[in-house]
Design a protein around this ligand. Sequence first.
Ligand SMILES: *[C@@H]1O[C@H](CO)[C@@H](O)[C@H](O)[C@H]1NC(C)=O
Length: 346
Amino acid sequence: MEFISRLQGKACVCLGLILIVLGAWSSEATSRSLQDASMYGRHEQWMAHYGRKYNDIREKEKRFNIFKENVAYIESSNDDANKLYKLGVNQFADLTNDEFKASRNRFKGHECSTKTTSFKYENVTASVPTTMDWRKKGAVTPIKDQGQCGCCWAFSAVAATEGITQLTTGKLISLSEQELVDCDTNGEDQGCEGGLMDDAFQFIQQNHGLSTEANYPYSGVDGTCNTKKEASIAAKITGYEDVPTNSEQALLKAVANQPVSVAIDASGSDFQFYSSGVFTGTCGTSLDHGVTAVGYGVGDDGTKFWLVKNSWGTEWGEEGYIRMQRDVDAAEGLCGIAMSASYPTA
Ligand SMILES: *[C@@H]1O[C@H](CO)[C@@H](O)[C@H](O)[C@H]1NC(C)=O
């Protein structure tokens, strides 16, 4: 509505032969409203692309203004030629950073579970190649999308479990996050309200395995545990181990041998809109998101990175993945990636 009246206003300005002074003033206003009109068109296109609908005009106006601010932020960040990564106008472009954080990032990092003490990859230095990509070894299922449910912890634990299952059985099977969301009340695990990967591994172990995605599909909301589906086991683990804390060297040994669950601080705007390249920050170490390290490598310019599988669909990042700078000055790693890593054993 507002948009139409603005366009009409512009037409009036164009038609009216008024004073030159007034004319100069109005042409400035016209170029401003033209900018708004083109941004409005961009928002419309974006809404169509992501199937986004708003309840009323006021909500749409509010979302448009957030979208406009985010686009300005993304474009100014991308203008910085020194940055090794680019941001993009993705599915989170109509959310403020606070809304984004609240809707997805529910790794309960502040409530640490009991740490395991053994680390079976302690002495594997000889078997650590310079690069690793578990996707190429067939140990990584396609990118999934957690939607608005804060169960990143389930997606992280499942991806690591899918990895070890493929490595031990030769079969890549997509496993069920929903089973963890519905059935796992172990420790800190509370479905869409958050959880911990270690508690999920413990649940999988105690439950004598996990069902397939096909048998127990993802609904993205908290549900009642379907014990019949839960009883249909497709993959087993014998336990889990924590990677020694604050050591990217230790994390390297683990990721060289299997996909590893890692917790990170994914709360920043740059993480929200990450699109491509080697991500170098800005982020803190308040762990709030669970993802999976599925490899590592070295970028064209020599920057080392971790290859990380996220659970926000393929429109985010590099087809759903992010390359995060590796071997940074801080012991915690970038965004705290070396602070709370763990993997299931088989
Ligand atoms: C690594 O090597 C040390 C020294 O030989 C040994 O004490 C330790 O048990 C080994 N760790 C593992 C996990 O095998």
